[in-house]
Design a protein around this ligand. Structure first.
Ligand SMILES: *Cc1c(COP(=O)(O)O)cnc(C)c1O
Length: 356
């Protein structure tokens, strides 16, 4: 049966990226060797790295003065590297979910953390607004898309101090004004590639911000000096990212992808909003285009298991909500085709025709 992969992460990748990555494992560009058995310092891998960086720059329209690097350790290691490299006295954080909380936890090892606002009071079902960012903060950290709760910051904000964003789950889902950010990072495994590689877009003037000694591998300076090649980078994961970037370009770039993402999200949100049995969990203006969370209305709560069963018979994977939210979460990342969203929408209608 055809599978419809709504997993939150690791998640669906485009078929073409998977096929080309599989080919590269057996024979990279006809050189008679696998991508996995060549030196990361070979001209073949250097060409892969160069093209990956070039496509990142092109697709996100990254201005001069920034570098794109690929590291290990996941987004979670960035939670630590960011304060290690940039926090002198005080940093500001926006608390919009568990990932933000984990970033806050690491920052506290290095200095004072000012949580400027939080949506913890309502289980992170909205994005706080109307807060002020202290002018003496070393930086302000946000999570643009809250993968677990399905809330998203849709605009690139003006920020009086360096703005740092965890874009693990919405990178390349929409155009971003990179010039508003000092650093953007994320694990690749949500919307870009396989697990094992972390992308970092860093403004070069962010180096040298703190006096403390930083261990070599945890210093951004190390990884900018020998871009992504201080040690052996995750070569296969980078290659699959490259194939994803090529695919995004072939679709017409990030703007075209955003149009498709809006179409998919609107189709599902409209269905939920007009549903007798289901309802969304996030404030409408803050709803994510990437992770769509919904539950059964109070009087139908006992039907959630039955809907999970129906979804399985339709080939749907990964729509169970995160345990901290419950209900359902459909992740509609770039590579998820609208046909899969339609299968979910049809299942909702079918279910209501029986139970509502
Ligand atoms: C998944 C996720 C993370 C954690 O990423 P790892 O690469 O597993 O460390 C961090 N932030 C957000 C927003 C995520 O969705």
């Amino acid at each position: 049966m055809k599978k419809h992969n709504f997993s939150a992460g690791p998640s669906i990748l485009s078929r073409i990226a998977l096929e080309n990555s599989a080919k590269a494992i057996l024979d990279l560009n006809g050189i008679g060797l696998s991508l996995l058995e060549i030196s990361h310092r070979s001209k073949e891998f250097q060409a892969i790295l160069d093209e990956t960086v070039a496509l990142f720059n092109e697709l996100l329209n990254i201005p001069e003065g920034y570098k794109v690097i690929f590291l290990g350790g996941g987004a979670s290691l960035q939670f630590c590297m960011i304060p290690y490299n940039f926090l002198n006295k005080k940093a500001a954080y926006l608390e919009t979910g568990v990932w933000a909380q984990k970033a806050i936890k690491e920052a506290k090892f290095f200095g004072e953390v000012n949580v400027v606002a939080s949506s913890a009071d309502k289980n992170f079902c909205y994005i706080p607004s109307g807060y002020s960012i202290p002018a003496d903060a070393d930086y302000f950290h946000i999570t643009t898309n809250n993968t677990i709760y399905g809330s998203e910051i849709h605009e690139d904000m003006n920020c009086p101090v360096p703005l740092i964003a965890d874009m693990s789950s919405d990178i390349l889902s929409r155009p971003v004004d990179v010039s508003k950010y000092a650093l953007i990072y994320g694990g690749a495994q949500k919307n870009l590639g396989p697990a094992g590689v972390t992308f970092v877009i860093i403004r070069e003037d962010m180096l040298g911000k703190v006096e403390r000694k930083i261990p070599t591998m945890l210093s951004y300076a190390t990884h900018l000096k020998e871009p992504s090649l201080y040690n052996t980078p995750p070569v296969f994961a980078i290659y699959t990212c490259l194939e994803t970037l090529r695919w995004i370009k072939s679709l017409g770039g990030v703007k075209a992808v955003e149009t498709m993402n809006k179409k998919k999200a609107n189709l599902l949100y409209d269905t939920i909003d007009n549903s007798k049995m289901f309802e969304g969990t996030v404030a409408k203006e803050d709803r994510s285009l990437m992770n769509i969370c919904f539950v059964m209305k109070e009087q139908y709560k006992d039907k959630e298991d039955a809907f999970m069963e129906l979804s399985k018979t339709k080939g749907m994977i990964g729509i169970k909500g995160h345990r901290s939210v419950g209900g359902f979460r459909a992740s509609t990342y770039n590579a998820l085709p609208i046909e899969s969203v339609q299968v979910l929408v049809d299942a909702i209608h079918e279910f209501e025709s029986i139970h509502a």
